[in-house]
Each structure stands twice: as structure tokens, then as C-alpha cells.
Design a protein around this ligand. Sequence first.
Ligand code: ADP
Ligand code: MG
Length: 478
Amino acid sequence: MFNEFRPQQTEPSVHMPKDYEKLWDSCLNVIRQNVNQQSFKTWFGPIRPVKLEGPVLTIQVPNKFFYEWLEEHYVNLLKKSIHQELGPEGRLEYQVLLPSANQPVTEKEDHGPILPTDQIKNPFVIPGIKKLKIESRLNPIYTFKNYVEGDCNRLARSAGMAVAKKPGETAFNPLFIFGDVGLGKTHLAHAVGNDVLQNQPNKTVLYVSSEKFTNQFIQSLKNNATDDFVNFYQMIDVLIVDDIQFLANKKKTQEIFFHIFNQLHQSGKQLILTSDRPPKDLDGMEERLISRFKWGLSADLSAPDFETRIAILEKKMNREGVELPYNVTEFICFNIKKNIRELEGVLISLIAQSSLNRQEIDIDLAKNVIKKFVSQISKEITVEFIQKLVAEHFDVSVEKLQGKTRKRSIVIARQLSMYLAKNMTNQSLKAIGENFGGRDHSTVIYSCKAVSDLLDTDPFFKDTVDELEKKIKMSLHG
Ligand code: ADP
Ligand code: MG
């Protein structure tokens, strides 16, 4: 086992220094013959022998992670070398250097890896350039204020706001934000960080992509400085790791991240992770990490509905100081549905094109630009269109569909229109309800359920619905 060792508790050793040092040197000779040079340097170089009491040699390691690593990967080799030197009774004990909570950061020189905070190597800083405060690496544009709320992000956004108010103190730790590319994960994670810094500037917030984290870790291995790496990350109050899915199949990086995660979580620090998929689908990720990811809250971002897309685009126009004719805005949002970054891309291209060619921004220009983003410019399926088609099919008027008649045949046509609108448009339940004479969203839910039930039990009805769906889809390409 190991003892946690706080430097101020050091007692002068009662042994002659030479004994245990010589002994450890002999052990190292055995070890050196059994591991490659890089591993030897990385994992055995930083170890300091501290004392020998009877058959027990105590060695000091820079941190707990180090200890765990040695135990996991080199336990047999260590045993072998100790037995060779001390006989079968020989044992090894570890001391782990821990920064003491109440201890001033000034340590005596020879305490090795414990460094005053500002001397812990910051992997973001190029050697030679000293920086005292840890840069958050947040993008100041990505704020809550610039983040449009919609059904697509309501849970994640409000959880983010709660976390920002009380980092590390809510049940949302980690806050795990997932969703497809371009739906606002990075923006939201930054927004939390920016909000924390605005209200609690003394907190240390850090944003890092998982690729950068991996590269830093590899670098630290090369430089024999994993302890610095770990120590650095332990100083963060709010750690944001973006696109965590890229840690898949990187076993060693996962291991060190697991360690950092635990340390931070245990000390009440906040973790915010983003991913392109939910924890359970993270293939190539260790089970114990996945289980940690599920500890807090997993919140997904889905594709925004039409109104939210319009609001996002308008916000962006505002920021760019441009205004598009409303029909152009609408046209863009009809066609770009699944990726907000693309929505912004179209806007930027439009602005660029129009200023390069001194051309007004109109539908034709928009069509040209959008062609580069989507393979097929589609007509939007609208609730009105569905109503019209269903009304025709059942030979009733659209007004009746929207009205209050409770005649069975009309009720079914009405419920079916809602069901199709829910499944075939991007409209929210609320917006669909409004298209049916101002009904509320619970009516839409109820209708969808009624149609589903009928679909399960009535094959004739199912044929009708299939046929209508086909018709609606065909209309897109007409
Ligand atoms: P992801 O990380 O999920 O790939 P990003 O966070 O990079 O997506 O978002 C892509 C772009 O869309 C960014 O420019 C971001 O500002 C913008 N964006 C995403 N969601 C929203 C939103 N709800 N309101 C305003 N802009 C958004
Ligand atoms: Mg991102």
C-alpha cells in the first residue's frame, strides 16, 4: 500500500542515506534490463528512495496516478527486483507526494515534484514564456446571450446555466452535452465557462479539446513530466473537455483522464464534457469512464425547428450588422436544417458574394449559395401543406380540420394531420397546435398517440397513412 505524504510531516531519516540509495540503485539495474529506455525514464526516473526499515524499502512517487500506474504495469518487476535484493521477505512501500491543502506552496527545493503553483508546468505555455494565471482559452463570443433557446436545447441550456451559477455544487457533474456536429455543443460549453468567469473571476476555468489533452499528455510522457501534467489539471475549478469521443481507443490517455476526473470530482470541481454521442455509445472507451460520464446529467442537443433556425440566423445577422429580406432568411432556414454552423456558413457566403459582385441579396443569390451546402434544395413540408393533402384525401375542408367539429371522421383526419406534421416537419408541438385553431401541445401529443394506437391495430388505416406519407414526400421533388 501507499502512504500519502505531506512534506511538512517529514521526519529526519534515521538510516544512513547510502543504504537505501544503494539498494534502490541495485533494484533499478534489474528494472532497467526489463523495460525499454523510454518507460524506464518516465516511470522509474522520478522515483526517490526514502528509507529502509528491516525488509521494507519505501520509495517516493510524485502522485497517486504514478503509484497506480506502477502497481498496474510494473508490480511483478518491482517485486522481482526487491526480492533479488532483500530476499523473499523484501517489500516495497510507497509514499505519494501530495500538495497539502492548507500548506503554503513554497516547498524546500529538494521536494521534487511539488512545485509552487506558478512553477507547475502549464502545458499550454510555450517553454520560456512565463504565465502566472491559467488562461481559460474560452471564446468570449460564445455566451448564453448569443445562444438562442429552443426546444432543441432547452434541457442542456438550462442545466448549463445552473452549473454556471454553482459550478461543482449541482447534481450535474459532469455535465455531459452530446449531439450531432454543428448543433452548439462547443458554444454551450464555452457559455458556461464564460458565465462562471464573469460572476466568479477568481475561479480557474479551462477549455481544452480532447485532442489537445491527448497531445499534451504524450508530450508530458516524452518530457518525463506527467506529474506536472496531472498537477496542472488538478488546479482547475471548471474543466471543459470538448469532443471527448476522440479519446476512444486511447487507453493511456483515458487512464490519466480517469485519474484527473476523479481528483477533480472528489474535490468538488466541475467537469463539462461534450461528445457527438451519448455515453453508452462511446465505443473504445473504458467502462469505468463511461460510468463516470453517467454520474451527472447527460443532455442532448437536437436539430433546431424552423422558428429556432430563423431566430438563430437573425441573431447572427444582428451580430454581423446585416439584414436579409425575410423571404431569403426563410428560404435559407427551409433548406438548412441539421447544422447551425452551415446556417452561419450560408449567411457568410451570401454576404461575401453580394459584396464581391455588388449584387443585392435575393432568393436567386441565396439559391446559388445554398447549392454548395445541400445536394438538393427542397421545398419545406409545411403543416398547411399536410392539412391540404389530408383534407383532400378525406374530402373535408381545411377549416373543418382546424375547427372544433367532433365528428368521428373529421377527428381522425385532424389527428392524422397532427401526427404527420409532427413526424414530417421540424415544427414544435406548440407550433403544430397553433396551426389547428390554437390547440395546445398536449392535444398534439394526445393525437399522435391516438394515431399510433390505430396504426397498430388497423392495417387498412396503416395503408392510408403510408400512402399519404408517400404523397407528401413525392411533393418535395416535384
Ligand atoms: P458543435 O460543437 O456541436 O459542433 P458549435 O458549438 O461549434 O457546434 O456550433 C456551431 C455554430 O452554431 C457556432 O457558431 C455557434 O455559435 C452556433 N450555434 C449553435 N447553437 C446555437 C444557438 N442555440 N444559438 C446561436 N448560435 C448557435
Ligand atoms: Mg464542437
